[in-house]
Every structure is written in C-alpha cells, then in structure tokens.
Design a binder for this molecule. Structure first.
Ligand SMILES: C[S@@+](CC[C@H](N)C(=O)[O-])C[C@H]1O[C@@H](n2cnc3c(N)ncnc32)[C@H](O)[C@@H]1O
Length: 230
C-alpha cells in the first residue's frame, strides 16, 4: 500500500484538536516540554495549537504535499459523506461530549479550519513535512515522543503486519517513546488483528511496552493506547 502513489481523491480528511490529542495520549506538562512528532498528523489542529502555546511539534503526513485550496476542497467534498457514515453507524460510537453527528462535524471542521490556516506558515517553518511511514526523514532520536493517531492498527486491513513492524521500528528510531492510538480497527471497532502479534514481536525484540487506558473514547472500546520505549 505504501508503494501506491498518494492521490488527493483517496484522502478523507478528518482532523482532531489539541484537547482530543491530550485525551487520546494522556498528554500533560511533562510531555509538552519535549519535542513531539505527530506522525500521520493529517488535518489535525494539534500542531497549530501547540505552536501557539510555544511548544515544539513537527507533523508529518503525505497530505502536506497538497495545497490549502486542494485540501479545503477535499474537506468540503467528503464532509457530507463522513457525516452520513456516522449517522448510519451511530451505535458504534460513544456520543457523550458531542451528542450528534452534526455537532461532531462542527467540532472536526473547526479543527480542520485551524489546520488549514496554520499550514502555510507551518510549512515555511518546517513544522509540517510531507512524508510517509515506514520511512521518515529525521535523524535518530530527534524527538522525545512520537504520536501516531488513527493510522496504525486503525487501518489494519490496508496495512499488513510487516508494515506495522517497520513503522514502529522507524518511529522508535526517531523518538525515544512512541504512542499509538487507538488499538481497534476502523469500521468494526474490533481489537486490531495485528496487535497481539506486534506485542509478541516487541517483547521478543526486547522493546519495553505497555497498554494504558485513556480518557478519549469515540469508537466503542477504543480507549487504550500503546506506549513503546526504544
Ligand atoms: C484518519 S487521519 C488521522 C489524522 C490525525 N492523526 C487525527 O487523529 O486526527 C490518518 C492520516 O494518515 C495519513 N497517512 C496515510 N498513509 C500514511 C503513511 N504511510 N504514513 C503517514 N501517514 C499516513 C493520511 O494522509 C491521514 O491524514
């Protein structure tokens, strides 16, 4: 899958906020003080919001090759489709802080608008970098923490075990700690088919790892993150 050219028409932009990231990854002041990589950052406002707080975040994602206008157009084109999917699969999600698909859509749109507003300056400052797992353009141990939300394990059907292995090795090469969320698959909400084999492999390779509960739960049962120390 990583060999296939990355096309805008295959992108379904859906980005989360700093508050969501804090809840997905149990982030607090000690994490905020370090250098953070947001891998597969997509149209999230995490980078822009953290930068405004004076924190250090670099995001990487293949979508950063596209222009603001292209991405804005794609967000507008896919938004009704995503909303329809949320309505059709309503019972698969936890509707607590946001009670309806429309409310959630507004929250996500607000985050994506912040991302679009921040993208030109962030590109100029090197805070957004076009790159894709399983190879990242950073030197060893550049970051204290690498975050990866809604890519690994989420897309277990599209990315095989081998890709997950290589991606985790690469994230662990560029950061001292890796956190991955969630550990369930995208449509089914089932525990990822790759999770147990990856945990066995991490143990064999003498990586230290733990699975921890987090405050964020939107996919039912998707309220855990994997932490790996490299
Ligand atoms: C569902 S979005 C998640 C965005 C953000 N992390 C969040 O949780 O709001 C998944 C992102 O993974 C990116 N992606 C797809 N293939 C990738 C790869 N091989 N390496 C890095 N990112 C990739 C997509 O472009 C997309 O922006």
């Amino acid at each position: 899958m990583s060999q296939v050219p990355f096309k805008l028409e295959n992108v379904v932009p859906w980005g989360r906020s700093l508050q969501n990231y804090c809840e997905m990854f149990n982030l607090g002041e000690s994490e905020f003080q370090g250098k953070i990589l947001d891998c597969a950052g997509g149209p999230s406002s995490f980078n822009g919001e953290m930068t405004r707080l004076g924190r250090s975040v670099v995001s990487c994602d293949p979508i950063y090759q596209f222009t603001v206008d292209d991405l804005d157009g794609r967000i507008k084109a896919t938004y009704p489709v995503i909303l329809e999917g949320l309505k059709r699969n309503f019972e698969r999600f936890v509707w607590q802080e946001v009670e309806t698909p429309e409310q959630l859509g507004e929250v996500r749109l607000a985050a994506m608008r912040q991302f679009l507003a921040d993208l030109p300056q962030g590109l100029a400052e090197g805070r957004y970098m076009t790159s894709s797992l399983p190879e990242l353009p950073f030197s060893d141990a550049t970051f204290d923490l690498a975050l990866c939300a809604h890519l690994l394990f989420t897309y277990s059907e599209q990315f095989d075990f081998d890709f997950h292995q290589k991606a985790i090795v690469e994230l662990g090469r560029v950061a001292q700690e890796v956190r991955i969320f969630p550990l369930v698959e995208n449509f089914t909400g089932e525990r990822s088919r790759h999770l147990d084999p990856i945990l066995d492999w991490l143990t064999q390779q003498q990586y230290q790892w733990t699975i921890q509960p987090v405050a964020y739960e939107f996919q039912r049962g998707g309220n855990e993150m994997l932490r790996v120390w490299c």
